[in-house]
Design a protein. Structure first.
Length: 189
C-alpha cells in the first residue's frame, strides 16, 4: 500500500506540445504557406490545439520566428573567411546575404531592428572586427556594418517589387565592394 506522503507519477494525458513540436509545425506552415499565413491561431489549428496552449512554450509570434531563424542559421556551416580584413568584410557580407536569401521571412524579422539572431552574431562580429582592422574606430565599424546591412536588406526586400532580374553574384560583389570601399575611404588620411 502506498503511504499518504508518496505521490504517484503524473496522472492524466501526457503533454502533446513541446517547443520542438511547435517549431516543426511552424516551419511547415512557413514552407508551405509563407510567413504572412503564420499566426498563433493558424499554428494552433495545425497542431489541433489552442493558441493559449502554445503560449506556454513560446512568448509570441516574434519569439517563434526568432527561434526558427536561429535554428535555420545553426544548420548552416561556418565558412572560412579570408585573412585580409577588407576581403573578410566582403566575404562576410556575402555569407550574410546568402543566409538571408535562403530564408526570406527572416529578412523581415531581422529588418524590424528589434531582434538579433544569436546564432548569426559570429557573422556580425567578424565583419565589425575586420572593419576595425581596416582602420575604422569601433563606432565607425558598427556604422559601416549597419550601412552594409541596410544595403543587403534593401536588395533582398525589393526583389519582389522589381521587374529587373536579380543581380548576379558578381554584380552583387561589385556593389558590396563599392559600398565597402566608400566606407573605408572616409577614414583614409
Amino acid at each position: 500500500m502506498q503511504s499518504p506522503n508518496t505521490r504517484p507519477g503524473r496522472i492524466g494525458r501526457p503533454p502533446r506540445l513541446s517547443r520542438e513540436t511547435i517549431l516543426v509545425a511552424a516551419q511547415r506552415v512557413l514552407d508551405e504557406e509563407g510567413a504572412e499565413h503564420l499566426s498563433m491561431r493558424r499554428l494552433a489549428r495545425e497542431l489541433s490545439s489552442t493558441p493559449m496552449a502554445l503560449y506556454r512554450h513560446v512568448r509570441d509570434k516574434d519569439e517563434l520566428l526568432m527561434l526558427l531563424l536561429d535554428a535555420y542559421v545553426r544548420r548552416i556551416p561556418r565558412p572560412d573567411l579570408p585573412d585580409h580584413p577588407r576581403e573578410r568584410v566582403v566575404a562576410g557580407a556575402q555569407v550574410l546575404h546568402g543566409i538571408l536569401e535562403g530564408c526570406p521571412w527572416g529578412v523581415e524579422v531581422l529588418a524590424s531592428d528589434r531582434f538579433v539572431s544569436t546564432s548569426a552574431t559570429w557573422i556580425v562580429e567578424s565583419i565589425v572586427d575586420a572593419l576595425v582592422l581596416c582602420g575604422l574606430s569601433p563606432a565607425d565599424a558598427v556604422y559601416a556594418y549597419r550601412v552594409i546591412w541596410f544595403c543587403l536588406v534593401g536588395e533582398l526586400t525589393s526583389r519582389p517589387f522589381t521587374e529587373r532580374a536579380v543581380a548576379s553574384a558578381d554584380d552583387r560583389r561589385r556593389g558590396l565592394e563599392a559600398v565597402i570601399d566608400g566606407l573605408l575611404s572616409q577614414n583614409a588620411p
